[in-house]
Design a protein around this ligand. Structure first.
Ligand SMILES: [Zn+2]
Length: 480
């Protein structure tokens, strides 16, 4: 093989590897083009990345049997897809394949993010190093495998007590936040979406529903429906949102389940991504408005901070509205989920808070100008009494006549002195009056410009999402 042939082969290999690892992102982008508005997509509102996958060994194997101790057969690959939205919302999708041919009870065992079903995991060194940092050697369970894969070391850990998908999420979440050097709001939500690609036991949807109605309900609700009182079953089973006859889609605020019926083509990951993009869109919108609602609720009342929050809220609300889906049935689905999460209440609460913030700004402004007006009125009053411009000559005459003894005398002594200077005294009086007004105005302007800045810490704890804006004013120096 010549050098150029070797080079070509290497290049092909690299291109194939890159293409494969970016294929999922490419499918997602393709789906988004159909669902989201072009101007929104052109503004590059988020970044999608496929992270290094992780190996998982579930407690149950194909057929539903429990994994024999120590067995590492039928391992599955968990794909990890990251989305970082410019509003600060981050989404991590963990995609993994459940065992084939399991019963509904076995499915329910695994259907929650917290279900402890993972008996062994295999994770790459960069992920572990980012998540654990320097403590890695002390904290890591398991052993390094010999040799490299995808250019890095991998560590296999068998869990004494089974781990959950949450644990995997936590690990990657720590790694991501370490790498992007970001502090998190510490608030998150898990939305499980399950896809049944093939129903093998029955001939058709009708026969399946006839035989397995209760089981289907249990799978949709992830509860044992035989325990639920008849009056509550309807509330737990959402309507079928699938437009086509070859599948059924049930989703509510907590989870979703899609079943492909016999006779249709088996489901595949690209189709699942189609649904996931819709759920992602709903979740991004919900979390945007939820974070915004929290943001507008915390202020120490300082004008500069209030203005910052107003600015963020205006851009945030626009972003929230822009990121909605433009395609008919998908939009209905997103709107239904947002309704269940009560996003509209958060939205109107954000609007209300923005309004309250505006009132706060107006109140502070008018208080400031009222203060200024008060001082000016005080000066005018004093001046009018003693040095009223038209009557300044008269005032000095009065002052000349006033007895110089006693309390009033001390007060009027300067005027008396001025009065004894005749015409010249009147002019000096004017000059003193004008300069006193000037000094007063200067002081006011000076004070206004040199606004003292005090740094206050943010309110401790978490604000109740539907509470009102709480404002504490400890002194007047903030906006004097
Ligand atoms: Zn059946």
């Amino acid at each position: 093989m010549t050098l150029s042939e070797q080079m070509t082969e290497n290049l092909d290999f690299i291109q194939r590897a890159v293409a494969e690892s970016q294929a999922i992102n490419a499918i997602q982008h393709h789906i988004e083009k159909d669902l989201l508005s072009a101007p929104y997509l052109l503004s590059e509102p988020y970044l999608r990345l496929r992270l290094r996958s992780a190996g998982q060994w579930l407690r149950r194997m194909n057929g539903g049997g429990v994994r024999p101790p120590g067995s590492l057969e039928e391992g599955i690959r968990a794909d990890l897809l990251l989305l970082i939205h410019r509003s600060g919302v981050m989404q991590l999708t963990v995609a993994l394949k459940m065992p084939d041919n399991i019963t509904v009870e076995q499915y329910r065992e695994m259907a929650f993010g917290s279900s402890e079903v993972v008996v062994a995991s295999r994770v790459s060194e960069p992920v572990l190093a980012a998540a654990y940092g320097k403590r890695a050697e002390l904290l890591l369970a398991g052993e390094w495998e010999s040799g490299l894969e995808e250019g890095v070391r991998w560590r296999l850990a068998r869990h004494d007590s089974p781990a959950s998908v949450y644990d995997l999420f936590d690990l990657y979440f720590d790694a991501i936040t370490y790498i992007i050097k970001s502090k998190t709001a510490g608030d998150w939500q898990c939305y499980p979406a399950a896809f049944v690609d093939k129903v093998a036991c029955c001939e058709s949807e009708d026969s399946f529903r006839g035989v397995h109605e209760r089981e289907l309900e249990s799978a949709i609700s992830r509860h044992d429906m035989s325990e639920i009182r008849p009056g509550f079953t309807a509330a737990m089973i959402p309507e079928d949102s699938s437009m086509t006859r070859n599948s059924s889609l049930y989703c509510n605020m907590a989870s979703s389940l899609e079943v492909r019926w016999p006779g249709s083509r088996n489901g595949e990951f690209a189709q699942h991504l189609q649904r996931l993009v819709i759920f992602e869109n709903a979740l991004i919108q919900y979390w945007q408005i939820r974070l915004l609602d929290r943001r507008v609720g915390v202020t120490d009342g300082s004008l500069s901070q209030v203005r910052d929050i107003q600015r963020e809220a205006i851009f945030g609300l626009r972003e929230y509205r822009d990121s909605s889906i433009s395609f008919g049935t998908a939009r209905d689905l997103v709107e239904r989920l947002l309704e269940e999460w009560r996003a509209d209440r958060l939205y109107s609460h954000v609007l209300e808070s923005v309004d309250q913030l505006q009132q706060l700004v107006v109140a502070a402004e008018s208080e400031r100008s009222a203060k200024r007006a008060n001082v000016l009125a005080g000066i005018a009053l004093i001046v009018a009494i003693f040095l009223g411009l038209p009557a300044i000559d008269d005032t000095l005459k009065i002052a000349k006549d006033v007895e110089m003894g006693g309390f009033l005398g001390i007060f009027l002594k300067p005027f008396h002195a001025l009065a004894s200077r005749g015409e010249e005294g009147t002019w000096i009086g004017y000059v003193i009056f004008l300069s006193s007004v000037l000094v007063c105005s200067l002081t006011l302007m000076f004070k206004r410009r040199r606004k003292p800045r005090t740094w206050r810490r943010r309110e401790p704890g978490i604000a109740w999402p539907l509470g009102t804006v709480s404002i504490e004013r400890q002194d007047d120096s903030q906006d004097g």
